[in-house]
Design a protein. Structure first.
Length: 262
C-alpha cells in the first residue's frame, strides 16, 4: 500500500492575461489502503486534479508523490513508479478501442507492468481479471459495443487492475450509469479496495455515492479544496458553507442498492 500525496498542485492553461487556473495550490493526501472521495460541482477542478495525479496533465506548480517518490519528476524511476497509479475514466466507451476485443484491451494493461509473459500466462491473467469484475471470460473476444455501459465500465476497471496498481483513480465512473448499475460498480470498487488493499481516489459530484464508498472526503470549489476530513464528519456536519450548500442542493438518498446485474 502506498500513500498518494499532492503538494501545492496548480494547473493553469494558457499564458499571460488569458491564463486560466483550473487547480490552485491544492494539498491532498489519500491515506494508504483507504478511499478518498473528491467532490464538487462541474468545473470545480476535480477531474483536472485527477489527471494531474496520474500524469495526464503536467502541473504548472507543485508535486505528486507516491510514497516518497515524486512522480512528477523526469527520471526513469519516476516514470516507472507513476505506472503504479492507474485511472478509470467516466466514459468507458471512449476509453476502449471499439475495434479491439475486450480481452486484448485488458491485456494491454499487462504491458504496463514491464514483465515478459507467455501468451498462455497473459490469457490466464485476462481470464482471472474478467472473472474478478464479473464479466464472463468466454466473452473476451467480443467487441466493446456488445456490452452494456456497466459491463464496459467493469472491463475498464479490469484493464486498470491488469497493471497491478497500488493507487486507483476513479473519475466519475458511475455518473452515466443507471442507479441499479451504479450499485454493482460501487460494490465492486469497495470489494476490490478491501481485497487488494488499494488506495483509491474517487471523484464524483454525487454525495450519496461519495458517502457510500469513502473513508475521507475533500470538497473542491473553483480549483481549491475548501473542506476535508473523515467522510461521516464532513457529510454529516460540514464546516464550510459551500459543502452545506452542496448537501442542500443534491439529494442524498442513502446507500445505493444493488438491484440488478449490469
Amino acid at each position: 500500500m502506498s500513500e498518494l500525496e499532492l503538494r501545492g498542485v496548480t494547473v493553469r492553461y494558457g499564458h499571460g492575461a488569458r491564463a486560466q487556473t483550473a487547480v490552485d495550490a491544492v494539498d491532498l493526501t489519500v491515506r494508504p489502503g483507504t478511499t478518498h472521495g473528491l467532490v464538487g460541482e462541474s468545473g470545480s477542478g476535480k477531474s483536472t486534479l485527477a489527471r494531474a495525479a496520474v500524469g495526464l496533465v503536467r502541473p504548472t506548480a507543485g508535486q505528486v508523490f507516491l510514497g516518497r517518490v515524486d512522480v512528477t519528476g523526469p527520471s526513469r524511476y519516476a516514470r516507472r513508479t507513476r505506472r503504479r497509479v492507474q485511472m478509470v475514466f467516466q466514459d468507458p466507451m471512449s476509453a476502449l478501442d471499439p475495434r479491439l476485443p475486450v480481452g486484448l484491451s485488458v491485456a494491454e494493461g499487462l504491458l504496463a507492468t514491464g514483465r515478459r509473459t507467455s501468451r498462455a500466462d497473459r490469457e490466464a491473467r485476462v481470464t482471472a481479471l474478467l472473472d474478478r469484475v464479473q464479466i464472463d471470460p468466454r466473452r473476451a473476444g467480443d467487441l466493446p459495443g456488445a456490452f452494456s455501459g456497466g459491463q464496459r465500465q467493469r472491463i475498464t476497471i479490469a484493464r486498470a487492475l491488469a497493471a497491478e496498481p497500488e493507487v486507483l483513480v476513479a473519475d466519475e465512473i458511475t455518473s452515466a450509469l443507471d442507479v441499479s448499475v451504479q450499485g454493482v460498480v460501487l460494490n465492486l470498487i469497495r470489494d476490490l479496495q478491501a481485497d487488494l488493499a488499494l488506495t483509491v481516489l474517487f471523484i464524483s459530484h454525487n454525495l450519496a455515492v461519495v458517502r457510500y464508498v469513502s473513508d475521507d472526503v475533500s470538497v473542491m470549489r473553483a480549483g481549491r479544496v475548501v473542506e476535508h476530513g473523515p467522510a461521516e464528519r464532513v457529510l454529516a456536519d460540514p464546516a464550510d458553507p459551500y459543502t452545506r450548500e452542496l448537501l442542500r442542493s443534491i439529494p442524498v438518498m442513502g446507500q445505493p442498492l444493488v438491484l440488478a446485474d449490469a
